[in-house]
Design a protein around this ligand. Structure first.
Ligand code: ZN
Length: 271
C-alpha cells in the first residue's frame, strides 16, 4: 500500500491492484478537495448535508486525477445490508448524475470496462476485489453488521455465479478503517461476533482499559472471511491504517460523529 499525492490530492493505492495493470483504483483521503469546515476537504458524500456544488467539484477533481468519467461512476445507497448488486453499462452515473433505481445494496460487482464501482466507509471496512482472469471487479462496504453477515463472502460467491470467478484468482484490498486499537463495543455486539465466527477468540478481546467493553478486529475478521471464501492469503492486502487514529487523513465516524464528510474506495476495469 502507498499513499500517493497528486498535487495535493492524496489517495491510498494498493500494490497488487496497481501492479495488475488492469484497474484504476483508489481509496480517497480527506485531502485535495474544496470542502470546508467539518467537511474539509474531499467530501464525496451527497448525504452529509454539504452543498451539492462542492461535492460535485470534488468528484470532478477525483475524475481528473484518477482518469475516471463522471458518467461512469456508480454510487449505491448503502444501508448495512448484505445485498450484492450486479452493475451494467446502463448504471453509469447513478447516485451522482441520476437517481439510483436499484435497491439499497452494500456491494457491487461488474465486468464492464470503464464502469467505476464505489463503496463508502468512515471507519467501516471497504474491500476492493479484482478477478484478473475473468476480468471482473467488486466494491464492498463491510461495516460491523456487514462483517457479521459476511457480505464479502457473499460478494465472492456472486462473482463466481455471474462471472465464473475462481476465488483463488482474486486480488483483495482491505481499506483504511477502524482498527482494533479503537473499535470498542458493548457486550451485545461482541456476542454477535462470537456467535458468527468459530475463530472469535482471535478477533474479540476484552478491553483492558474498561470493564464490560470489548474490542474487535474487523480487519482480521474480513481477512479470515476472505480466506474461508477461497481467496489466497498472499492475494489479500491490508492497508493497516486506522481511520480513528488518523483523522489527519480520514473521516472517522467514531472520532467526528455526524459532523464529517465521506470518503470511498473506487475501482474500474481499464478499457
Ligand atoms: Zn485506532
Amino acid at each position: 500500500m502507498q499513499i500517493k499525492n497528486q498535487e495535493g490530492f492524496c489517495f491510498v493505492s494498493f500494490d497488487a491492484l496497481a501492479q495488475s495493470g488492469m484497474v484504476k483504483h483508489c481509496f480517497t483521503t480527506r485531502q485535495g478537495g474544496v470542502s470546508e469546515g467539518i467537511y474539509a476537504t474531499m467530501n464525496l458524500s451527497f448525504t452529509r448535508g454539504e452543498e451539492r456544488a462542492k461535492v460535485m467539484e470534488n468528484y470532478r477533481i477525483l475524475c481528473q486525477k484518477m482518469g475516471f468519467s463522471l458518467e461512469d461512476i456508480v454510487v449505491a445507497r448503502q444501508s448495512h445490508t448484505d445485498r450484492v448488486q450486479t452493475i451494467g453499462r446502463q448504471d453509469g452515473g447513478k447516485g451522482i448524475l441520476r437517481e439510483v433505481d436499484f435497491p439499497d445494496c452494500d456491494a457491487m460487482i461488474t465486468d464492464v470496462p470503464g464502469i467505476v464501482l464505489s463503496a463508502f466507509g468512515a471507519d467501516c471496512v471497504v474491500i476492493l476485489l479484482l478477478d484478473p482472469k475473468k476480468k471482473a471487479i467488486a466494491a464492498v462496504h463491510s461495516g460491523w453488521r456487514g462483517t457479521v453477515m459476511q457480505i464479502v463472502k457473499k460478494t465472492v460467491q456472486k462473482m463466481t455465479e455471474v462471472y465464473q470467478t475462481d476465488p483463488k484468482d482474486l486480488i483483495a484490498a482491505i481499506s483504511p478503517s477502524i482498527g482494533k486499537c479503537c473499535f470498542q463495543v458493548d457486550l451485545p455486539v461482541a456476542e454477535k461476533f462470537r456467535q458468527a465466527f468459530l475463530f472469535a477468540d482471535e478477533i474479540v478481546f476484552d478491553d483492558e482499559g474498561q470493564a464490560g467493553k470489548y474490542k474487535i478486529d474487523l480487519w482480521e475478521t474480513n481477512r479470515r472471511i476472505l480466506l474461508q471464501a477461497g481467496v489466497l492469503p498472499e492475494n489479500i492486502e491490508l492497508a493497516a491504517l486506522c481511520t480513528k487514529c488518523r483523522t489527519d487523513l480520514f473521516y472517522s465516524h467514531r472520532a467526528m460523529g455526524e459532523e464529517r464528510g465521506g470518503q470511498a474506495g473506487f475501482i474500474c476495469l481499464c478499457e
